[in-house]
Write a protein that binds this ligand. Structure first.
Ligand code: G4P
Ligand code: MG
Length: 174
């Protein structure tokens, strides 16, 4: 079974601060974030404290479909910036998600957004899992990650049913 890890809100906050410092140290000044929901919503909101730029959002869902015995998986749009708000045209945007896992969602979103009229797109994730990636990021796209982590299953605090138990597991699994 895959090893699991638990992160608390405080752990996430510290990683976000580190991530923000990397973004602020880069040459590009970002005008807005585009959070990939659901996982990117809370990280983008926490990042806003440090970057002080507005948050826009798209939402995707990962699906498995069984087509005559052939199981395929993919990403679909739940909500999109369609049409793109005028204020974002020609701007530098930072796409934000919680985890860089297979990169399938990231590839889908970045590919869709690359058809829009932005000056520049960068991507920021809290946790970059070190593993072989099925999806590809566009070449030369600035990429920021808060921390690199092993390929373990991450339990995020916003998914917790019992946050005290979640925090206890985070403390004992350190
Ligand atoms: P990636 O492009 O960012 O690498 O994501 P990928 O398509 O590989 O991920 C598919 C779904 O699995 C995503 O959820 C992602 O958040 C989730 N996921 C991947 N690894 C982990 C992990 O270690 N822990 C948790 N909790 N989730 C993980 P999604 O379909 O975008 O759903 P949502 O939760 O963002 O709404
Ligand atoms: Mg997600």
């Amino acid at each position: 079974m895959k090893k699991k890890v638990w992160y608390t809100y405080d752990d996430i906050h510290r990683v976000i601060k580190q991530l923000a410092e990397k973004i602020k140290a880069s040459d590009i000044k970002y005008d807005a974030m585009i959070a990939i929901g659901g996982g990117g919503f809370i990280p983008a909101r926490m990042l806003r404290c440090f970057l002080e730029i507005p948050i826009y959002a798209v939402t995707t869902a990962y699906y498995d479909s069984d087509n005559e015995g052939q199981v395929t998986d993919g990403v679909k749009k739940v909500q999109w910036l369609d049409p793109l708000p005028d204020v974002l045209v020609g701007k530098n945007v930072l796409v934000v998600d919680e985890v860089d896992d297979s990169r399938v969602t990231l590839e889908f979103v970045l590919n869709e957004l690359s058809h829009e009229d932005f000056a520049h797109i960068g991507v920021a994730v809290l946790h970059e899992k070190i593993k072989a990636k099925a999806g590809k990021l566009p070449e030369h796209m600035p990429y920021f990650s808060g921390i690199t982590v092993e390929d373990w299953w991450i339990n995020y605090p916003w998914d917790a049913d019992d946050i005290d138990e979640h925090n206890r597991l985070a403390a004992v699994s350190e």
